[in-house]
Ligand binder design. Sequence first.
Ligand SMILES: *Cc1c(COP(=O)(O)O)cnc(C)c1O
Length: 484
Amino acid sequence: MDTPTFRRWGHELIDWVADYQEQVEERPVLSPVKPGQIRAAVPAEPPLQAEAMEKIIEDFQEIILPGITHWNHPRFFAYFPANNSGPSILAELLSAALGVNGMVWQSSPAATELEEVVMDWLRQMLQLPPDFRGVIQDTASTATIAALLCAREKISAFGVNEQGFAAGAGQGTLRIYTSTEGHSSIEKGAKIAGFGRQNVVRVPVDDTYAMDPVALRRCVARDKGAGYRPAGVVATVGTTSSTALDSLPAIAGVAREFDLWLHVDAALAGSAAILPEKRWILDGIEQADSFVFNPHKWLFTNFDCSAFFCRHPELLIQVFAITPEYLKTAQDMEVTNYRDWGIQLGRRFRALKLWFVIRNFGVQGLQARLRRHLDWAREFADWVEADPLFELLAPVPLNTVCFRLNPGPATHGSVVEEETLTALNQRLMREVNDSGRIFFTHTRLGERFCLRLSIGQTRTERRHVLDAWQAIRHSAVVQDVAGR
Ligand SMILES: *Cc1c(COP(=O)(O)O)cnc(C)c1O
């Protein structure tokens, strides 16, 4: 592609992106396509001859766009937010243009040093302890694997790194602890790091769905007595189902007593800690060994950008460092080589988008937007509580509301069976989502099927949250009338 052509299409596509952002609201949130539909519309073999950009972009609009679920739609309330913003998209464009591979300092000094600076900005914004050092990972899943590997190497005195699993043979099986609400990435990480998923002990939760620290202590002590070797605990600040908040001071107490690596998974909720009035969710973080949260979820920085902090960078580096001759540089003693801070050698220049976002919003701008999301979640929860057809199923400390339609006790005076309620709520969710107006998803808390609304998109306004409630309520009323 020559420069004039690039310039022309570059301008055209920036205009397209600007229009998309402005008009995304008019599109259905959830893609209506059927499985296989997009694949069938794209040639199975690659083109031998060059194709014109006109044609490629036309196909993008006609074939690809219908198969997009619009994560940045203001009425996207599913899963968790994966928001973006103008400054983040522009920085991503520059990062692509530079095409930097920031594997070592020398391979792009600015990529490394800006990453050090913006990670320290985040450290200050979340009021993390001064001895925490940060690195950007692709996802929280990867950061958690890094933490689990640290736990493994700490307890084996780097024996598994050197000798493989033979190192610990005969000394008892290693175990990891997390709550029954802990994220699936912990189990996946335990499979990858060699703990085995059966050695992820699921600690019971209390009635707010937070880990019960007394039960944690009991599990660890029991395992120790039975010859296991407890290696680490993953506490969750903001569980995926209901943003339940594990108590870090209580869990840290157990970690200290049994010398466990304490990793804190705050993938979604960590962003809320930039608010002084919500910083308490990280009380006790100074006792953690590692911590992860995702600016790519709820800090207006597009995927991927996961912030991983470690209190012992020297240990982290010892877990990952390998220096072949061709990667040695004269500056190795004075600089950070981020390739030694995680699994990847090659690394994208992701610090750039955080730098653009934090500067262009300002910390106060970021805080103001998060506050609105929290206010609307509270307001939505109030609507649910005030409505006799609905019930709230978990506390709402942050941006996520777990609730369900339950006309039973209120309207009929009899308890409707769980299975009936599940079917009722599944039907409601399908109906509302199929309308294309909003998109929200579900979870399970204990035995109960929950509808779940997660508020956090950049362009969401109060009116969109109100739309969601009206769409959900309308469907409920129709079902309730039909059901009598
Ligand atoms: C979303 C989420 C994850 C997984 O995040 P990825 O960055 O997609 O790996 C892990 N833990 C919690 C609590 C989450 O909410």
